[in-house]
Design a protein. Structure first.
Lengths: 267, 335
């Protein structure tokens, strides 16, 4: 067993007595990887992400993070290493963008004090890096979905984490913001951040991730680079859908084209 | 020298917050002076306060305790409203959302029914009010623990507890002697004059200590309002934090109810209005809601005494009318 892996999962199962969501997962994740988790609805993608974030504790098997059992971490300490963005985040009060992002400094801040100048500087730096100058002073409920997603991401970065876990970070964005968000993530990855994200769009996963984990009914079906995971055999089997896989002419990565049933009868 | 946009914006926020704090403090001082002097020359009363030769006994024995009580109850209700709105993630929550008033009313009605004041005189209502409030807190606590203090289930439990208690209270009213019922009803509507002044010194530290502790939870309240999953990702243990804040705010609300009956609207309106003025960030909202709540209740109490002079209205009626109208204006003015 490699000791330098960031995460190591052994025989991890999670679920209820009648319904196991994750079954016997073995997984090693190394520092600096950019991993996409794909799979049909109900395959256990979100559950796997929640196990990795420490939100869910598996009934069987163990999860080790940086060589220590996940359960032994204090949540505050864990939040200095792992930042997680859930699929949906609903905010009942209209915080300003800065008020919202600075909450990411919580695990680093003193328990009784308010956020200091250092925390505010940190937030400004992140906002500048992410080109969010136009959002200063804006209320969060006045932002578009794409801008909101950027702000949510900025809050995660304010935690100054080692690992970023994202649950469908681009699924409700238009194509411009999808590319924008994923390019930001790619940039962060190039600076050394380890990123795991659940993605629905197979082609975006193919373009941006160096490693893809294909989940099917709670098990890892295939785990590897896009060229080995995104084959038409794998996809047709797991998704039960007919597809055509071609090569993206720009990147050389696999490109998945769904094929509608009406064209199948004639061929 | 050109200025970066964030510096400019931050200074603006800082200034508006200082302005609101100063404004609230000034308003509060004016309200306190009016409350103390009511019907007399303000200057005379002020003079009598500073010369130790003779504070007017009416001021010292009646108005000062009453004003102090209004200050602490108003402030506490304001701050408890902020806390409940954040942990229940609902801007319409208030200190009584979790059914505390139901339990307290039950306690006081029961005390009237068995004639408890024959045995423990002026302690009867505060004691039974607090005991009743704590009884409903205990029920909610035990139920909520099973659901890991999940906000929606807590709101539902609160509604159920309120309904059950009010059904029992209605039944008790039906068998209660009319005179006693009248007194209990007055208390129910919120009454700052019924607490015996000998009890007030004991109440002050009870109000003050939890309020100071609660003021320190601003950062946590910000994060808890994002929901328990995200709160955990940011390094909080949500069930433990919910438990702490729920118990603190419940005890303080219970104290308020035991001292002055059920005074509605303060905990709902004050945080709501201040949030639209100075923003949603809780560290500042807690402080401003304390000052704002105190100001609102003292002012309401002055109106309650003046409006139908010499008849005194229950202060809860005034807060509800004043609060309701202000609330409506604020909501309607929003685009």
């Amino acid at each position: 067993m490699s000791t330098d892996s960031l995460y190591s999962l052994r025989h991890v199962s999670y679920g209820y007595t009648h319904h196991e969501v994750l079954k016997e997962i073995d997984l090693d994740i190394h520092e600096g990887e950019l991993i996409g988790i794909i799979g049909p609805n109900g395959a256990g993608k979100t559950t796997l992400l929640r196990v990795l974030s420490g939100y869910l504790t598996p009934q069987h098997g163990h999860v080790r993070f940086m060589g220590t059992d996940m359960g032994e971490y204090d949540r505050r300490i864990l939040a200095r290493y792992i930042a997680t963005l859930p699929h949906s985040l609903d905010i009942p009060f209209s915080y300003t963008v800065e008020e919202f992002i600075v909450m990411g400094r919580y695990p680093h801040a003193g328990r009784l004090s308010i956020y200091g100048d250092h925390d505010r500087e940190f937030v400004h730096d992140i906002m500048n890096i992410m080109h969010m100058e136009s959002l200063y002073g804006r209320k969060i409920d006045t932002l578009s979905e794409g801008e909101k997603q950027k702000v949510f991401l900025a809050q995660c970065l304010a935690q100054d984490p080692k690992v970023l876990l994202l649950d469908e970070p681009v699924s409700h964005l238009d194509i411009r913001y999808q590319m924008l968000t994923l390019e930001i993530l790619q940039h962060l990855h190039s600076e050394g951040l380890t990123i795991l994200m659940v993605l629905h769009d197979l082609n975006l996963a193919s373009e941006f991730c160096s490693r893809i984990i294909l989940l099917s009914e709670g098990r890892i079906h295939t785990d590897g680079p896009p060229s080995t995971t995104l084959t038409y055999q794998n996809i047709e089997k797991v998704y039960n859908t007919v597809v055509l896989v071609r090569e993206n002419p720009f990147s050389g990565k696999p490109f998945v084209i769904p094929v509608s049933k009406k064209y199948l009868d004639t061929s | 020298m050109s200025e970066e946009p964030h510096t400019r914006h931050e200074r603006h926020v800082k200034h508006s917050r200082i302005f609101v704090c100063v404004l609230l403090t000034v308003l509060l001082i004016i309200a306190i002076l009016f409350s103390l002097s009511y019907g007399k020359n303000v200057v005379d009363v002020m003079k009598s306060l500073w010369t130790d030769s003779g504070i007017d006994p009416v001021v010292r024995k009646v108005r000062l305790p009453r004003t102090l009580l209004a200050f602490f109850v108003g402030g506490s209700l304001g701050i408890c409203g902020v806390i409940l709105q954040s942990i229940l993630r609902n801007p319409l929550a208030e200190p009584y959302t979790l059914g505390l008033s139901g339990g307290a009313t039950f306690g006081v009605t029961l005390s009237a029914l068995i004639g408890l004041e024959r045995y423990c005189s002026f302690y009867a209502n505060p004691l039974m009010g607090f005991a009743g409030a704590m009884a409903s807190v205990m029920v909610i606590y035990l139920l909520a623990r099973k659901r890991f203090f999940h906000p929606n289930s807590m709101i539902l439990f609160g509604i159920v507890v309120s309904l059950v208690f009010s059904a029992v209270v209605f039944f008790l009213f039906s068998i209660l002697d009319p005179d006693r019922m009248q007194i209990t009803l007055m208390w129910l509507m919120g009454d700052l004059s019924s607490l015996d002044i000998n009890l007030i010194p004991a109440y002050i530290p009870l109000f003050l200590i939890p309020a100071i502790i609660m003021l320190l939870f601003g950062k946590e309240l910000d994060i808890l309002s994002l929901g328990s999953e995200k709160a955990q990702y940011l390094g909080i243990n949500p069930p433990r934090m919910y438990k702490t804040l729920f118990l603190l705010s419940s005890i303080v609300t219970g104290l308020c109810v035991s001292a002055s009956g059920v005074i509605g609207f303060v905990g709902l309106v004050v945080p709501h209005i201040l949030r639209t003025i100075t923003g949603a960030s809780h560290s500042f909202l807690l402080l401003s809601s304390y000052l704002g709540g105190a100001f609102f209740l003292i002012t309401s109490d002055i109106i309650a005494r003046y409006l139908l002079y010499p008849v005194e209205l229950p202060v809860g009626v005034v807060t509800a009318m004043l609060g309701g109208l202000t609330f409506l204006t604020v909501i309607l003015r929003r685009p």
